[in-house]
Design a protein around this ligand. Structure first.
Ligand SMILES: Nc1ncnc2c1ncn2[C@@H]1O[C@H](COP(=O)(O)OP(=O)(O)OP(=O)(O)O)[C@@H](O)[C@H]1O
Length: 826
């Protein structure tokens, strides 16, 4: 395997990686339609399918990005993405915030009130999450592709890489581990790499836990997601060797770090420092002799005791807790039942107690040897690592670099030195300045104009009749021929309009690596008539006039200003703590293309030909292959692992259920498509290896938990499919087979009520208390919204100003009143 894999940008290169270059674009309009082929709702170029997750601020949907530039059947014509829709204002969160502010015993000192919280909106928090995600580009970090932010709408949409495997599940309903030790090691490796990259970028995640590690669809890799409470530290970025580049000022507000956020069982001792006992503070190693027992409570710290700084080390602690969870099926520290499972008793335990060592670890029940394992045993190695992870004194806690070099982590890797070299975050550095971000704005759009009133009327008729993608007879899911109503092509220099004919389906707003340059011309040629047509007489845009274009400069500025920051408020749950379940509860074209290429030359390994220093930079294939080698080693395949067993633990699976739900249809209609995104994340662009790994799978094999849960880096015994159609064709029996996580009663009830199974989940819990104002309360995250929320006719979306209307197809544009309108450059 050569260091420099072949270039990826030959036309229709099936191994091209879906890895949009440049800044994440912000699209400043929302056009909502009903896709007439699938009767699914569409937002811009995205067809929305099922809800795969719900969080504090919004829901996450599986969507397909249509890319009409590719022919029917092309694997990249429809790329699965995850779309998180979040409301700008969350009345409940706002009420809670106001309540906090109004409570006289809960003064929020301005000193500790982050800038974004002074801005005081849910929107600011979302903006912060977006601003952070925009900076991230790593194989083990969930990627943000596009932000759809129409200021006239109530919701902001974040289009992300779709992780079809769902959250990492780590225990069954009996609190037994469901992952093998080998699988656990591979998950940890992935998480360490992702986290190392985050820290290198100056980002503290603050909510590392299994539920925020998402599986790729094939369960070979995990990626870190959910940056809702993450914190960007410019100081840390510089300390990590990062460049002194201009960045979003709102992200520079360091005060947010003093506010507690995260999930209680995963909070580091320094975060809940005030619960530390005096004895421990005198000898902060956290050794067993420092344990505090309820009967012999050592005195608490004096009030003026100095709080340790909150650093990236809190993520390392949380990763250690995560490792413990995966190995043992329980959290290392639990709230005391004697104290009614109060959160304070949990914090006491975190700060003062040692953690127990169960006799076996993993689904495969590997003996640990307890606290005194045989020195040569795997148990000894793991307990040693855990000891260093769960070091209460942050100064003595292990660093990620040390974790990577730990013998257990390196175990089985074919070439550990090489692995260490190529996974260094210095190869994955990315710098996206504010200017670049704001530059990635729409300058040209085409408007699909046709009977707005009629569209709304039809839409409402559809709603009244209860028609929906979910309940309607099946349509050809790939019958999406073409252009959706609008196209946005960024022109960061704001000089000229760029024409595309494919509308929002095109890559104008989400470019694709490997996209031949000729495509633009080709696209023009495909529908030249469209571009020349004049606006239709007497027709109305479905979009509000007020979102018409504004001067580029103004828009760019406003976007920059919008890049808010916020530490995401989290909600906690005493109940969760009591139940020991807290842990699991839970395109951009800008600047010149050449310049962009250069700027991103050092990013990852996807485009090796652009490395300035080939001798240093590993090739994508090398990176991936080594990863694969490392994860196929030493019992690594572990197909026998029980990851994500059928038991319905506190973490339910939505993404993977949704995926499996579609899989059968995919088999019927598409031949094993594997998105480039997935190839990128799993195998890179080495087509040979990809073929070797994927093509051996037995297509007709029955799906089951066993084969679906091979673990990070394991060998999938399933053919990897794209979800391509709605679930409506499935019989109840078929659905039952695909939803093992549901009980019989749940299944029947769901089918009776909704016509299909509905998946359950719960939100992350966390805190919005200021660490200096401990009396803040905890409360549970909201449950998922109405399971029918993914209907395009939802009241909520009407309230939000999103009206789905029937969408027309590009190949029908000559039929009647349909027109494309080109809005010229101002
Ligand atoms: N990119 C993705 N691909 C697939 N599923 C996803 C993706 N992102 C999120 N999900 C699913 O949606 C759920 C909620 O997403 P996320 O955690 O980002 O929302 P949130 O509002 O921050 O939630 P929380 O309140 O738990 O923090 C996740 O637990 C996961 O199951």
């Amino acid at each position: 395997m050569s260091d420099q894999p072949p270039p990826l940008d030959s036309e229709h290169d099936r191994d091209a990686v879906f890895d949009p270059q440049g800044a994440v674009p912000t699209t400043d309009y929302v056009d909502a339609y009903v896709d007439t082929s699938t009767l699914r709702p569409m937002i811009n170029q995205y067809i929305r399918y099922v809800k795969v997750g719900g969080g504090q601020h919004g829901d996450v949907y599986l969507c397909h990005q249509l890319n009409a530039r590719f022919p029917h059947g092309h694997p990249e014509r429809r790329i699965p993405v995850a779309m998180k829709s979040v409301k700008r204002s969350n009345p409940r969160a706002e009420r809670y915030r106001l309540l906090q502010q109004n409570r006289s015993d809960l003064p929020l000192s301005s000193q500790h009130t982050p800038l974004v919280d002074r801005l005081n909106t849910t929107e600011a928090k979302i903006k912060r999450e977006i601003a952070i995600m925009k900076k991230l580009r790593h194989p083990h970090v969930v990627r943000l592709y596009e932000v759809i932010d129409d200021r006239m709408k109530e919701k902001i949409y974040m289009v992300m890489e779709y992780l079809g495997g769902g959250e990492v599940k780590w225990r069954d309903d009996q609190n037994r581990p469901v992952l093998t030790v080998s699988q656990t090691r591979r998950i940890l490796r992935d998480a360490v790499l992702g986290l190392e990259y985050l820290h290198y970028q100056g980002i503290i995640h603050r909510d590392i836990k299994p539920a925020n590690l998402l599986w790729t669809e094939d369960r070979r890799q995990v990626k870190i997601g959910d940056f809702g409470v993450s914190h960007f530290s410019y100081a840390q970025r510089l300390a990590a060797g990062g460049p002194d580049d201009p960045t979003d000022p709102i992200l520079l507000d360091e005060s947010g770090l003093t506010r507690r956020a995260g999930t209680p069982s995963f909070l580091a001792p320094e975060v809940v420092f005030e619960h530390t006992d005096l004895v421990l503070s005198a000898s902060p190693s956290g050794t067993p002799e420092n344990q505090g027992s309820p009967s012999q409570q050592p005195p608490p710290l004096p009030p003026d005791a100095e709080r340790p700084p909150i650093t990236k080390s809190i993520d390392i602690w949380a990763l250690g807790v995560t490792l413990y969870c995966l190995l043992f099926g329980t959290t290392p520290f639990v709230a005391s039942a004697a104290q009614n499972g109060s959160e304070f008793s949990l914090y006491k335990a975190i700060c003062n107690q040692d953690w127990p060592v169960p006799s076996t670890m993993g689904y495969d029940r590997v003996p640990t040897g307890g606290r005194e394992p045989h020195p040569d045993s795997e148990g000894a190695s793991i307990i040693h690592l855990l000891d260093h992870f769960l070091q209460k004194d942050q100064k003595r806690r292990i660093t990620l670099d040390e974790v990577k070099r730990h013998p257990w982590i390196l175990k089985g890797l074919a070439d550990p030195d090489k692995w260490l070299q190529i996974t260094s975050p210095k190869y994955t550095k990315i710098d996206v300045s504010v200017n670049e971000t704001s530059d990635a704005m729409s300058v040209v759009r085409f408007r699909w104009r046709w009977g707005g009133k009629l569209a709304r009327h039809v839409s409402s008729l559809l709603r009244l009749s209860g028609a929906s993608g979910r309940l309607e007879p099946p349509r050809s899911a790939d019958d999406d021929s073409g252009a959706a109503p609008h196209a946005v092509v960024s022109d960061p220099q704001g000089r000229r309009a760029k024409f595309t004919a494919q509308g929002p389906n095109g890559v104008g707003s989400t470019p694709t690596i490997g996209q031949p340059k000729q495509d633009k011309g080709k696209a023009k040629a495909e529908s030249p008539r469209t571009l020349k047509r004049l606006p239709s007489k007497g027709t109305k845009s479905l979009r509000a006039k007020s979102i018409d274009r504004e001067p580029l400069g103004a828009r760019g500025k406003s976007t920059a200003a919008l890049e808010g920051s916020a530490s995401k408020a989290r909600r906690g749950s005493d109940t969760k703590i009591l139940d020991r379940t807290t842990s699991g509860s839970s395109s951009p074209l800008s600047k010149s293309h050449g310049e962009r290429k250069t700027r991103f030359a050092g990013i990852l390994n996807w485009r090796p030909k652009k490395y300035s220093s080939p001798a240093q930079a590993p090739s994508p294939a090398e990176y991936i292959k080594l990863q694969t080698i490392g994860t196929l080693d030493g019992g690594g395949g572990n197909v026998g692992g029980a990851a994500g067993s059928s038991s319905q633990g506190p973490n339910t699976r939505r993404s993977e259920e949704a995926l499996r739900y579609y899989r059968q249809v995919a088999e019927a209609e598409e031949s094993g498509n594997l998105t480039a995104a997935r190839r990128a994340s799993s195998w890179g662009d080495d087509s040979k290896e990809f073929t070797e790994i994927v093509s051996v799978q037995s297509v007709g094999q029955e799906l089951n938990e066993h084969t679906m849960n091979v673990g990070a880096g394991g060998v999938s015994h399933e053919r990897v499919m794209m979800p391509v159609a709605g679930p409506s064709t499935q019989s109840a029996a078929h659905q039952r087979r695909l939803t093992p996580a549901l009980t019989e009663e749940e299944f029947e009830e769901d089918v009776a009520r909704y016509g299909q199974p509905v998946y359950d989940d719960s939100s992350t819990i966390g805190s919005v208390v200021d660490v200096d104002n401990e009396s803040g309360s905890w409360h549970r995250g909201s449950e998922l919204d109405d399971p029918l929320d993914d209907e395009y006719s939802s009241e909520e979306e009407e309230e939000s100003g999103v009206m789905f209307s029937p969408r027309r197809h590009a190949n029908n544009i000559d039929d009647d009143e349909g027109e494309l309108e080109y809005l010229p450059e101002q």
